[in-house]
Design a protein around this ligand. Structure first.
Ligand code: ADP
Ligand code: ZN
Length: 291
C-alpha cells in the first residue's frame, strides 16, 4: 500500500512515497517559494503515483481543527503568499485521497513514536531547534491540539547571568525562540553557529535555555521521552550540558531514575535523524488511512 508524505518547511518542501510500515521508498525536495510556484510541483510529483492516503506536516501556524471552515489553512505568516492559504483544499482538489495535515513537529513526534526512538514509549515530545523553535506532543498515538496547536517555542524564560543579548522574536524579544534559535545564537555572537568552538560559552547559554524549557514541558506534559532535533542539535556537545542543567533545575522534585542517573535515555537525539519530519508526514498518512 503506497502512502504519500509532504513535509513543508520554511526553506524546502520534501515529497515522498512510502508504506504503512514506515518504509520510505523515494523522495524529492525543492525550495519553498510562493504557493503559486510551489503547489504545482507538489501536485505534479504525486501524479500517477497511486497513493491511497497522504500526510502533510507543515510549518505553521495552521488551522488543525477538523470542524473548522478553514481546516488546513496556513494562518498569519510573514512567508510571502502563504498567509490564509488553503493548503489542504488546494492539494485535495488534485490529489483526492484521505489526507491528514498537522504541524511538522506533531508529525515528527508521531513518526518517532511509531518508528523511531520513542517506539516503546507511551508518549513523547519532539522539539526542533533550528531557524525557529517548535514542539509536538504525541500521547498513545494522539497528537496534542488545543485552541490552535501548541507554540512551545515562545515560552518565557529566566535569562542566563552572562547573557546580554536581547533576543530576536518580533513578538516577545527574549522568549525561548528569541534567545535560543539558530539565528539567535548567530546574531548574539556574530558568527555562524557551526563555526563556534565546542567549548564556546554559546553552548553553555544555549543548554541553559533549552534545559529550562524542558523543565517546563516536563512539569506540564510529563512526557515519557524528550527528543531534540533541528540544525542546532547537530552540536552533540549540547546533550551532556542540557542533561546537567536539567538535573540541577529539577533538583530532585520528580524522583525518577530517568530524570536523574538515566537522563541520557530521557533527553535524546531523534532516532530517525534528519528525517523525522519526512517519516512524520508518512506517519500522518497512516492516520488518514485509519480515518
Ligand atoms: P529549519 O529550521 O529552517 O527547517 P534547520 O533545523 O536545519 O532548518 O535549522 C537551520 C538553523 O540551524 C540555521 O539557521 C543555523 O542557525 C542552525 N544550524 C544548522 N546546522 C547547524 C550546525 N551544524 N551547528 C549549529 N547550528 C546549525
Ligand atoms: Zn516569541
Amino acid at each position: 500500500m503506497l502512502l504519500g508524505a509532504i513535509e513543508a518547511g520554511g526553506t524546502k518542501i520534501i515529497c515522498g512515497i512510502g508504506d504503512e510500515k514506515g518504509k520510505l521508498i523515494e523522495k524529492i525536495h525543492f525550495p519553498t517559494l510562493s504557493p503559486k510556484e510551489t503547489m504545482p510541483k507538489i501536485i505534479e510529483y504525486f501524479k500517477g503515483k497511486d497513493i491511497v492516503a497522504l500526510g502533510i506536516g507543515t510549518f505553521g501556524p495552521i488551522d488543525v481543527n477538523k470542524t473548522s471552515k478553514t481546516y488546513g489553512y496556513i494562518l498569519d505568516t510573514p512567508k510571502a503568499g502563504w498567509s490564509n492559504y488553503p493548503f489542504l483544499d488546494t492539494i485535495q482538489k488534485s490529489i483526492n485521497v484521505p489526507t491528514v495535515i498537522d504541524t511538522d513537529v506533531n508529525g515528527a513526534a508521531l513518526g518517532e513514536s511509531m518508528w523511531g526512538i520513542a517506539k516503546d514509549n507511551e508518549s513523547c515530545l519532539y522539539i526542533t531547534i533550528g531557524t525557529g523553535i517548535g514542539a509536538g506532543f504525541c500521547s498513545n498515538g494522539t497528537l496534542l491540539h488545543g485552541l490552535l496547536h501548541p507554540e512551545m517555542g515562545h515560552i518565557l524564560l529566566r535569562k542566563h547571568k552572562d547573557d546580554t543579548y536581547n533576543g530576536r522574536c518580533p513578538f516577545h524579544g527574549d522568549c525561548l525562540e528569541g534567545l535560543a534559535s539558530g539565528p539567535a545564537i548567530e546574531e548574539r555572537f556574530n558568527e555562524k553557529a557551526y563555526n563556534l568552538d565546542k567549548g564556546h560559552i554559546a553552548w553553555e547559554i544555549e543548554a541553559y535555555y533549552i534545559a529550562q524549557a524542558l523543565i517546563n514541558y516536563t512539569m506540564i506534559l510529563s512526557p515519557h521521552k524528550i527528543i531534540l532535533g533541528g540544525g542546532v542539535m547537530k552540536q552533540k556537545q549540547l546533550f551532556p550540558l542540557i542533561h546537567k542543567y536539567f538535573i540541577q533545575m529539577m533538583n530532585g522534585y520528580i524522583n525518577k531514575p530517568v530524570l536523574n542517573e538515566n537522563i541520557a535515555d530521557y533527553i535524546v537525539y531523534p532516532g530517525l535523524g534528519d528525517h523525522s519530519g519526512t517519516y512524520g508526514s508518512l506517519a500522518l498518512a497512516t492516520l488518514a488511512l485509519k480515518e
